[in-house]
Structures are given as C-alpha cells and as structure tokens.
Design a protein around this ligand. Structure first.
Ligand SMILES: [Zn+2]
Ligand SMILES: [Zn+2]
Length: 199
C-alpha cells in the first residue's frame, strides 16, 4: 500500500487499474465507522486520472509507514543488495524524534501554539495555486485549525515549513460535512504567518 522509497500510496483506480499518490493528494481522511482498534481510515484522493476516488488506509500506513516503520525494501548501493528498509529508517526516525524533531507539526489556532501531529489527525486537504490548505483536528485540544502549508510539509516527514499560514477562524466541529463551503471560505480568508518551531 505505502512505498517508503517513492513516498506513495497505492490505490485502486477504476480507469487506470491502479494509481500511486503522495499524501498531499489526499482530500479527506476520516475514521471508518465501526472500526476501533486498529482504526481504518477512509480517504478520498485526487487520482492522476483526473477523478477523485475513495480508498482505505490502516492507521499504521497513515502514521507510521511514511517513517519507514512499516517494512519495504531498498537497494543498498554499498552492498548492491536489496535489504529491508524498516530498521534503518526506523532508527533514523526514532533518533530524530528523540532529538525533539517531529515528522509533522501544525499551528493550533485556538491554543495559539505549534503542536506535533500525525497524518491521522488531518481532516481535509485542499490545494490552492501553490500551497495546500490543511484542516487538522488537534490531538491535544480536539479543536480544528486550518493551516496553509507547502506540499513538502505534508509529503516529506521531518520537513516542517518554518512558517505556516494560519486561518484566523475557529472552524465548526464537523468541517467534513461542509467541504465546499470550507474550500470557498479557506481561500477567501485572511492568513497570518506563524512560526512553527516546536520547543
Ligand atoms: Zn483514477
Ligand atoms: Zn490544540
């Protein structure tokens, strides 16, 4: 499902058979009703074929696979052998997290502070001309904030934009129910730049 080498998720596509997309191609992420442990997420993604489709992703694939904690192999150029990627990437990821770096972060508007986050807390992603509007349910206060970020901020673990745009608006609990309204509001809102440094 997730390929750590290309940072892409594989989903079924009705016209192409299969498509491979990055995390920032996801449009909505919601826990599937009736699944608890482990939670399965229904994602809607923008497919290269031009349509949007639904796919299912496990919690591990969403939050851990991009860190290399979910298997896969890579070609070791030093030994010319194909080797499992998990341990190596996992060690790097663990060391960086211990050093205080976090793979993903966002600015919580109700709390007025940056917070670490995982992709399973992303609710909605909506592309603008260059940036990406990202609605996040804060893992700490459970309220929804909207940040305007680069694609890399989402797609590349440990790449955190130094500053993100913060929409100065407390969004309704059920932001997913009003996707179109949300998109219209997002790109007409005023953003304020906030620094994302996590202490
Ligand atoms: Zn497609
Ligand atoms: Zn918060």
């Amino acid at each position: 499902m997730y390929d750590a080498l290309t940072s892409r998720y594989t989903f079924a596509c009705p016209s192409a058979g299969e498509s491979r997309v990055v995390l920032s191609a996801f449009r909505t992420i919601e826990p599937l009703a009736g699944t608890s442990h482990p939670v399965v997420y229904r994602v809607r993604f923008a497919c290269p074929c031009g349509d949007e489709h639904d796919g299912l992703v496990s919690h591990d694939e969403l939050d851990w696979a991009p860190l290399g904690l979910d298997g896969g192999v890579f070609l070791n150029l030093m030994t010319s052998r194909v080797e499992p990627v998990a341990t190596e990437l996992a060690e790097i990821a663990a060391a960086r997290i211990k050093a205080g770096e976090w793979p993903w972060s966002f600015f919580c508007y109700p709390e007025e502070r940056p917070r670490p986050v995982s992709p399973s807390s992303f609710l909605l992603l909506t592309p603008g001309r260059r940036a990406l509007g990202l609605a996040i349910r804060c893992p700490a206060c459970r309220r929804t904030s909207v940040n305007v970020v680069s694609h890399e901020h989402v797609d590349v673990p440990f790449h955190n934009d130094r500053e993100v745009g913060v929409v100065e608006h407390v969004f309704a609990e059920d932001v997913l129910a009003t996707v179109e309204e949300f998109q219209a509001e997002l790109w007409s809102s005023r953003f304020d730049a906030r620094r994302l440094a996590l202490e």
